[in-house]
Design a protein around this ligand. Structure first.
Ligand code: GAR
Length: 209
């Protein structure tokens, strides 16, 4: 199996990036190696986590570009320069257009903090996802790792993990539990499966070997 360059896209605190770094240290990313972290925000703490671990960082600030198309083009160029074999959205809060998604079809994965197709799509990100889940009164939520397509949160699902909603949960407590019990586990696992060539996509669905 050939070694794979993993480029991680971030916008914030980077706890999912940290889970990937920890998995790499424990030899749990299969043939993958995190070679670059690209942030859409200059002050994202995720950048510090990357530097502290000797990982190359780049910053591509969304508001430095006039529209999504020019930002997406800059991102595609950066990903090609980095020779990315796998691109991981780890709390990356910017939607990229089809020029990026087509260039890296079935090579980009995202972690979403809900059980898709619930509480997903445009506008559903971060804490707001958990506010909506609590407002609806669901008893179970969780996280999903899926391939990225031009349609937001609609690509083939790779892994999902359910997490119980508890009486008295706040958006913050639910977010934390979903991260700890689901996101930080299924994201590194999906990366490992990808890097070990264990995922195929057929008719919009994944098959895990
Ligand atoms: C995570 O909960 C991630 O699932 C979510 O943002 C948080 C980022 O945290 N992503 C989305 O909502 C994308 N739609 P992190 O920066 O600590 O990994």
């Amino acid at each position: 199996m050939s070694a794979k360059n993993i480029v991680v896209l971030v916008s914030g605190g980077g706890t999912n990036l940290q889970a990937l770094i920890d998995a790499q240290k424990n030899g749990e990313l299969g043939c993958g190696k995190i070679t670059c972290v690209i942030s859409s925000k200059a002050d994202a703490y995720a950048l510090t986590r990357a530097s502290d671990n000797g990982i190359k960082t780049r910053v591509l600030v969304r508001k430095d570009y006039s529209d999504i198309a020019s930002y997406s083009k800059a991102m595609r160029d950066a990903l090609l320069e980095e020779k990315a074999d796998l691109i991981v959205y780890a709390g990356f809060m910017t939607i990229l257009d089809e020029n990026v998604c087509d260039a890296f079809q079935n090579k980009m994965i995202n972690v979403h903090p809900a059980l898709i197709p619930s509480f997903c799509g445009k506008g559903f990100y971060g804490l707001h996802v958990h506010e909506c889940a609590l407002e609806k009164g669901v008893k179970v939520s969780g996280a999903t790792v899926h391939f990225v397509t031009a349609e937001c949160d609609a690509g083939p699902i790779i892994l999902q993990k359910a997490v119980e909603v508890l009486e008295g949960d706040t958006p913050e407590s639910l977010q934390k539990r979903i991260m700890q019990e689901a996101e930080w586990k299924i994201l590194p696992k999906a990366v490992q499966l990808f890097c070990d060539d264990k995922i195929t996509v057929k008719d919009g669905k994944t098959i895990i070997k």
